[in-house]
Write a protein that binds this ligand. Structure first.
Ligand SMILES: [Zn+2]
Length: 285
């Protein structure tokens, strides 16, 4: 479905068969517009998420799969504050779809991969630290390479500006000096070396950069202005994610939680990816 819609987010994955026997044909995801009986949603619209939920409802009603994974887009959250009328209308529509899934007897598990914050100046321009420009000025061009992992197709969401970036350094550059210099910048929440980031955020060490930089709730980090297409944001003030301030997310199930899962949560804490285990094994019926 992602390919049909030419988007990454807004996909439907469901499996009523063993994984090794799952094909698109068996699972009815081909010709999804006919299946769902809705028109193709724009990639920048609330309808992208509603389309996925209605596709899920249709598939649940007609095929009753054992498991559905419905991935929505965060377009509305990027564009509207939580109490804006457009946001309230959107939440009301997804709430109605969740209610219908609940009514059909589905075990429903709802979570998010990140929160969202406005990161703009009072004049509406993004509040950005241009980190590559700063490092080039401090340590010389070509000594560091800043990578913004938020970079994706959805430039109108965020202009490739988020709160988490990585710095790769030439081998002979003193990383402690880089960390100390970045740490003094206004708007920085955390700057640390590779091993600290790997341990704190449970990241794979072989993919991690020399230094990780996280900006605060009100600030985002970019490389240099010419590398970010901010025109795609239009007149919308930037709302984005990636920082510690956006790391708290909802974790919602429509069934009571088993006692042992509750005890484990109190003991070990709760992460968003635990929701798969909770939905499949951790609720009472
Ligand atoms: Zn986003």
């Amino acid at each position: 479905l992602g390919k049909d819609l030419n988007v990454k987010e807004g996909s439907i994955i469901f499996s009523s068969e063993k994984a090794d026997r799952c094909t698109l044909a068996q699972n009815g995801v081909e010709n999804v517009l006919d299946v769902v009986d809705l028109s193709l949603p724009n990639m920048y619209s609330a309808n992208l998420s509603l389309f996925v939920l209605h596709a899920g409802l249709k598939l649940f009603e007609t095929r009753r799969p054992e498991l559905m994974y419905l991935s929505l887009s965060d377009y509305v959250q990027h564009k509207y504050e939580p109490d804006a009328p457009e946001a309230i209308q959107f939440y009301s529509a997804i709430d109605e779809a969740f209610g219908r899934l609940d009514g059909l007897g589905a075990i429903l598990a709802v979570t998010a991969d990140h929160g969202m914050r406005g990161k703009s100046n009072p004049d509406g321009s993004p509040r950005v630290i241009w980190l590559q420009d700063f490092l080039d000025h401090e340590f010389g061009r070509g000594c560091t390479k800043v990578v913004c992992p938020i970079t994706d197709y959805f430039v109108a969401h965020h202009g490739s500006l988020g709160s988490f970036v990585r710095i790769h350094c030439l081998p002979d550059l003193d990383k402690a000096r880089v960390i100390s210099a970045v740490d003094k910048l206004a708007g920085i929440d955390m700057v640390c070396d590779r091993m600290t980031a790997v341990s704190r955020f449970e990241l794979p060490v072989d993919r991690e950069a020399d230094i990780v930089v996280i900006s605060d709730a009100d600030t985002c980090v970019g490389t240099t202005p010419s590398a970010h297409d901010l025109s795609a944001l239009g007149d919308w003030p930037l709302r984005t994610h990636g920082g510690l301030a956006e790391s708290v997310v909802p974790f919602i199930l429509n069934r009571p939680i088993r006692k042992d899962y509750m005890e484990r949560t109190v003991r070990d804490g709760l992460r968003n990816f635990h929701i798969f285990d909770f939905a499949i094994n951790g609720v009472t019926h």
